[in-house]
Write a protein that binds this ligand. Structure first.
Ligand code: PLP
Length: 336
């Protein structure tokens, strides 16, 4: 495993496209009108697994030690699906450990790929304990969803695609949880274009990386139900890579509420005709709400995934109320 630098990202770009896809970068005329700068959407929702995490997962699986007996990870769903997809292609055993907060559609998609699934406890930390047990007792190799050099380099290939397509990009907006996506994109983009701005966006209910950057060390957050379920989970107390990279390379981290995520999912559907999960819509919310001061265009927003329960999704686009654990989120029809 090498440092997650531009060379590692270029190496990842030589191999991941055997399985992962380069994705379209499409204009959003209505967001451009609304913000006054050119806005482009990077459609990671078009990956075969429905989320960007396939890039890092494929890169990590291709770089596993040859003697491994298989691969294991904890996941909020999309990383596990990426690992399961790659493991199936290469005939490897995969065991994916998840908490009870992971939506059923994500769990069943992983099972359908032939991976073993373990559902443990109410947080990623509980699932992580099972991962450590599997590494110790069954000879499996762990691939962290974010704190892993090959995963970060894989996600960084997004930056190569972005700046190859549009060298004039001035601002990149990426959803932020454990920080593998933000770190990979920032490492790649800033190596190619040092003055580009990279902004991480996360939900205010459980913003672990945002709080950890401010504290200067990993901060634990309580995990609650969120529309942005893919942004759940902490950054691990023993974080080695992403806290340092995100602290040094992100120009800002911004927070969005559940109501803002709801409205952004509606907007992406009604205006851009896209199905995006809550995590993927977070970047749209900060744009629409003018949370980025002196924004410079062109702007690219990473639409990170589309793996949303379709009953919940149709409720949202129709303006229905949503039950999130114990709290009820008041719905509202989309009005533009
Ligand atoms: C995992 C994930 C994120 C956040 O990525 P990190 O590398 O954990 O910061 C954002 N959006 C989607 C859809 C995801 O699956």
């Amino acid at each position: 495993m090498s440092n997650p630098d531009l060379n590692a990202i270029r190496a990842a770009a030589k191999s991941i496209y055997a399985i992962a896809q380069p994705t379209p970068l499409v204009p959003s005329p209505h967001l451009s009108r609304k913000t006054g700068v050119e806005v482009l959407l990077k459609l990671e929702c078009m990956q075969p697994t429905g989320a960007f995490k396939l890039r890092g997962a494929v890169n990590a699986v291709l770089n596993l030690p040859t003697a491994t007996r298989g691969v294991t990870c904890c996941s909020s769903g999309n990383h596990g699906r990426g690992i399961a997809f790659a493991a199936q292609k290469y005939g490897l055993r995969a065991v994916i450990c998840m908490s009870e907060l992971v939506p059923k559609i994500k769990v069943s998609a992983i099972r359908d790929l032939g991976a073993e699934v373990r559902i443990i406890g109410h947080s990623q930390d509980d699932a992580q304990a099972e991962v450590e047990r599997l590494v110790a007792t069954e000879g499996l190799t762990e691939v962290s969803p974010f704190d892993h050099a090959d995963v970060i380099a894989g996600q960084g290939t997004i930056a190569l695609e972005l700046l190859t397509a549009r060298p004039d990009l001035a601002t990149l907006i990426v959803p932020l949880s454990g920080g593998g996506l933000a770190a990979g994109v920032a490492v790649g983009a800033k190596a190619l274009k040092p003055d580009i701005r990279v902004i991480g966006v996360t939900m205010e209910n459980g913003a672990a990386m945002h709080a950890s950057i401010r504290a200067g060390h990993p901060v634990d957050v309580v995990e609650v139900d969120s529309l942005a379920d893919s942004l759940g989970g902490g950054i691990m107390a023993d974080n080695r890579l992403t806290l340092d990279l995100c602290s040094r390379l992100l120009d800002d981290t911004l927070l969005v509420s559940e109501a803002q995520i709801y409205a952004a999912m509606q907007r992406l559907y009604h205006e851009d005709r896209l199905i995006a999960e809550g995590a993927a819509a977070a970047g749209i919310a900060v744009l629409v709400n003018g949370q980025i001061r002196n924004i410079a265009g062109p702007v690219a927003v990473v639409i990170s995934g589309r793996n949303v329960d379709m009953t919940r999704f149709t409720d949202i686009i129709n303006g229905q109320d949503i039950q999130l654990g114990q709290t009820r989120l008041k719905g509202q029809p989309y009005t533009g």
